[in-house]
Design a binder for this molecule. Structure first.
Ligand code: FMN
Ligand code: SF4
Length: 368
């Protein structure tokens, strides 16, 4: 790749009609650090401000629930609904903007609603197959949240159809065994996403950017593979999505969002095949995510047209200022060694931090 192309990685780019200062996106990363009401308080604001100061062009929030009834487990997840105090949210988006980054809210997928595990089908005993009325309710909750997302100052909203959760399951031939309007063909499996996009437009305004994080590979026998994911891209483009972030993995499978569970199968850029296949079937900008750690790999991804944007999660936990570091010419790989210690701590309710850092022990007490 030429020097000119290397430069363009760090130059302003239009993405979904938004002007980003570069091609780097902070991919949604659960912190488990919201208040009990799901509001981003001072600690969370500091964390996002560090990533904004560190140079990312666009920051996606962690998955945010549209309804307290969707809550799973003890993690303190973001929540935004009619009863939410909006002032903290407005302060949060203002703080991120003040450092030159744009910010998108990720709408959390569903897995459990009330006291039931739910999905498109009863793919295992104990999972309730959603009725069409329940699908309608889910769509309306997302749409109502999107209107609030816009009102409190976000630049975009992202639909989460990745990682084998509810919406990703609709796209998957393994999880989705329906024979109604939401199952069978690619058009039917994608229908819930098409309807969500339309409902968001009706509630938040058609011009409000909506993008999607979509699975390209489930890692379960009979699950979604990149060629099938590529079939969804033109449908999503036609529906009005502005961009696709291509991910993979599913609970219970051989892979999760952090790559192959078997360390011997793990390699850098593990979902790039999916990104390339999706990009080949759509005009939409595509962002690649998953184990991207090195500037030369980033240059190749962009120059070879595998993707238009680069999404990072764990590297920005360890080095919130990584994009600035690279932009300044220090092209050493990200210091993240993909050990997933941060994920384990977050799941224990200890907040989000890199366990490899010297001061990790300071964090190993509850973050509150
Ligand atoms: C601690 C942690 C929390 C995560 N939370 C989310 C999330 O809320 N939503 C989401 O789409 N992906 C989530 N992910 C997945 C990341 O966005 C990303 O897809 C994955 O980590 C691979 O990218 P990376 O190699 O740059 O970390 C999370 C990952 C980690 C490590
Ligand atoms: S804990 Fe491990 S995976 Fe997480 S940021 Fe640190 S090095 Fe990366």
């Amino acid at each position: 790749m030429s020097d000119q192309q290397v430069c363009s990685t760090f130059e302003p780019v239009e993405f979904m009609g938004l002007n980003l200062r570069n091609r780097f996106i902070r991919s949604a990363t659960m912190e488990g650090m919201a208040s009990t009401d799901g509001i981003p308080g001072p600690k969370l604001k500091d964390l996002y401000q560090a990533v904004a100061k560190g140079g990312a062009g666009l920051i996606s929030t962690s998955g945010c629930l549209p309804d307290p009834n969707w809550s799973v487990g003890p993690q303190r997840q973001l929540m935004l609904h009619a009863g939410t105090d909006r002032s903290a949210w407005e302060e949060f988006t203002r703080a991120i903007h003040s450092h030159g980054a744009l910010v998108s809210l990720q709408m959390s997928p569903f897995m459990r609603i009330g006291d039931r595990w739910v999905g498109p089908s009863e793919y295992r005993p104990g999972v309730h197959a959603l009725t069409t009325d329940e699908v309608d309710l889910i769509i309306s909750l997302y749409a109502r949240m999107a209107a609030l997302v816009r009102r409190v100052g976000f630049d975009a909203v992202q639909v989460h159809a990745g990682h084998g959760y509810g919406l990703a399951q609709f796209l998957s031939p393994y999880f989705n065994r329906r024979d109604d309007a939401y199952g069978g063909s690619a058009e039917n499996r994608a229908r819930i996403l098409v309807r969500i996009r339309k409902a968001i437009g009706e509630n938040a305004g058609d011009e409000f950017p909506v993008w999607i994080k979509m699975n390209s590979f489930d890692g379960v026998p009979g699950g979604l593979i990149p060629d099938q994911a590529a079939e969804y891209a033109p449908i999503l483009e036609e529906a009005g999505y502005g961009a696709i972030e291509v991910t993979g993995g599913a609970i219970g499978g051989s892979h999760d969002s952090r790559g192959a569970l078997d360390k011997n199968q793990w390699f850098e850029g593990y979902y790039l095949e999916g990104a390339a296949k999706v990009k080949a079937t759509t005009h939409l900008p595509v962002s690649a995510v998953g184990g991207i750690r090195k500037p030369d790999m980033i240059e190749r991804i962009l120059s070879e047209g595998v993707a238009d944007m680069i999404s990072l999660s764990r590297p920005l936990i360890r080095e919130p200022d990584l994009v600035h570091r690279w932009a300044k010419g220090d092209k050493a790989p990200a210091r993240c060694i993909s050990c997933n210690g941060c994920f384990k701590m977050m799941m224990k309710g200890k907040g989000l931090f890199c366990v490899q850092d010297q001061d990790a022990h300071d964090h190993e007490k509850p973050w509150t």
